[in-house]
Design a protein around this ligand. Sequence first.
Ligand SMILES: C[S@@+](CC[C@H](N)C(=O)[O-])C[C@H]1O[C@@H](n2cnc3c(N)ncnc32)[C@H](O)[C@@H]1O
Length: 185
Amino acid sequence: MNLAIAAMIIIILILVILVARVILPISTIIFTFPPSIPTEKRLINDIVDEIAKSEVKGKKFYDLGSGTGSVCFSLAKNFPSLKIIGIEKFRFIFQVSKMKQYYLKYKNVSLSNEDLFQTDLSKADYIFTFLTKSFLDKLQIKIKQEAKPGCLIFSNNFPFDALPLYKKITYPDLFTKRYLYIYKI
Ligand SMILES: C[S@@+](CC[C@H](N)C(=O)[O-])C[C@H]1O[C@@H](n2cnc3c(N)ncnc32)[C@H](O)[C@@H]1O
């Protein structure tokens, strides 16, 4: 009997992990572009290290296209006094992030269901994106118009051509490389 319960718990756990890690990201390919694939931990760790170099109290971090919120929640855990704003256009993905927020209860995260091109970036101290090149080409015009001096911009794997590069971190992969680009206005 106990063995049966343990087996059932393991099966449920495997199913939950499968839905969260495989089925959900794959299904978002149908609903969203770019697909809602979460940023890897190693990139988030480097973003945390960069942000930790200065005082964050009262500062604002924007994840433009926040998906299911993994970057927002990781940063919220590391920096309780940093205000984190996640912007996600696609309602289904946004609702998943809201559900996570309901359980995680981070007071410093606010999630918004809107188009990132409508978001006011003038108060941002940090901006993060994991979007494709065509998005970045359009977004960099908005950043140049709105972002304040000193604002740090992090981009997962895709570069902004017209922003001043501050740092580029390379991550070796099996067949290719990934990059974290950091820009300073
Ligand atoms: C690759 S995911 C990144 C998710 C998260 N930022 C991360 O790195 O873990 C890109 C997200 O951008 C969202 N997105 C695409 N166009 C958008 C737009 N115009 N406004 C807001 N979100 C958008 C997609 O729905 C998707 O969830």
